[in-house]
Design a binder for this molecule. Structure first.
Ligand SMILES: NC(=O)c1ccc[n+]([C@@H]2O[C@H](COP(=O)([O-])OP(=O)(O)OC[C@H]3O[C@@H](n4cnc5c(N)ncnc54)[C@H](OP(=O)(O)O)[C@@H]3O)[C@@H](O)[C@H]2O)c1
Length: 257
């Protein structure tokens, strides 16, 4: 058996309708996993499922989820329990980004939206999907943190986002320790800079940022979204069985200098 394989595994990807979440979904589907695509925008999820089916022949299931709502998260977890009876891999990818208001001008609503979606949303998904894994005494959870959890990006004012991601990194370590007894591994992926909708407006509004930021990256470029899928597949595979509580940096070496 291929130790790097994920064929037949049941995988939930939140925020799967675009960006990195779509890449995670494609990568697992192409590797033979049974993938559940989740986000709020169902027509967009259907388009992703159609694209995956056309490219790889894989049929993904779709379910709406709003990670701000415990009722919605619980319903999505019930759907997976009913349809698959188990869950092998959860990718907590849904998030909102940047904002970029200086803290003295930020509103409580903006702060709560960011913390609610990113940190509390990850908690809610871990709670409800994690119960399926505890029932099955097995599972792998991959949370999305960020370079911004470790490094303040010069020229940005993204305190709420950065704090929300640092909280996810801490939650990852806590639950890796707590759920090891259930044979559940919990790791995070910490991406550097990948051009997606989460940062496109900021890049467009700050023309110097893209090139200036490249000079801070030893690899000399931003990441390509398609480069991130293999890392998640590896973390979910049996080859990574002894990896838990880790924050895997995929950032071209940003922060080494
Ligand atoms: N791109 C980067 O450079 C970068 C760097 C570091 C970390 N990351 C992290 O990587 C992950 C993916 O980022 P991305 O760049 O792919 O972002 P993106 O293109 O903005 O996608 C965000 C996804 O989250 C979903 N989402 C937002 N709010 C939601 C909610 N309340 N409930 C459920 N789903 C929700 C969106 O779908 P709906 O709107 O349909 O719900 C969308 O699918 C995020 O966790 C982000 O923080 C990205």
């Amino acid at each position: 058996m291929n130790p790097f394989g994920v064929s037949g595994k049941t995988v939930v990807v939140t925020g799967a309708r675009q960006g990195l979440g779509k890449v995670f979904a494609q990568s697992f589907a192409e590797a033979g996993a049974e993938v559940f695509l989740m986000a709020r925008n169902v027509p967009a999820l259907e388009a992703v499922a159609a694209e995956i089916a056309e490219k790889s022949g894989a049929k993904c299931r779709i379910h709406p989820i709003d990670v701000l709502s415990e009722t919605s998260v619980a319903a999505a977890a019930d759907y997976v329990r009913t349809m698959a009876g188990r869950l092998d891999v959860l990718i907590n990818n849904a998030a909102v980004g940047r904002g970029n208001a200086p803290l003295q001008d930020a509103t409580l609503e903006e702060w709560n939206l960011t913390m609610g979606t990113n940190s509390t949303g990850t908690f809610l998904c871990m709670k409800h999907f994690g119960r399926i894994m505890i029932e099955g005494q097995s599972g792998c959870i991959i949370n999305l943190t960020s370079l911004a959890e470790r490094v303040v990006l010069q020229g940005t004012c993204t305190g709420a986002y950065d704090v929300s991601k640092a909280a996810i990194a801490c939650l990852t370590r806590c639950m890796a320790a707590e759920w090891a007894k259930y044979n559940i591994r919990v790791n995070s992926i910490s991406p550097g800079l990948f051009l997606t909708d989460i940062n496109r407006d900021f890049v467009d509004a700050h023309p110097g940022f893209y090139n200036e930021s490249k000079s801070r990256i030893p690899r000399g470029r931003w990441g390509e979204p398609k480069e991130i899928g293999a890392l998640a597949v590896f973390l979910a595979s049996d080859a990574a069985d002894y990896i838990t509580g880790a924050d895997m940096h995929i950032d071209g070496g940003y922060a080494l200098w």
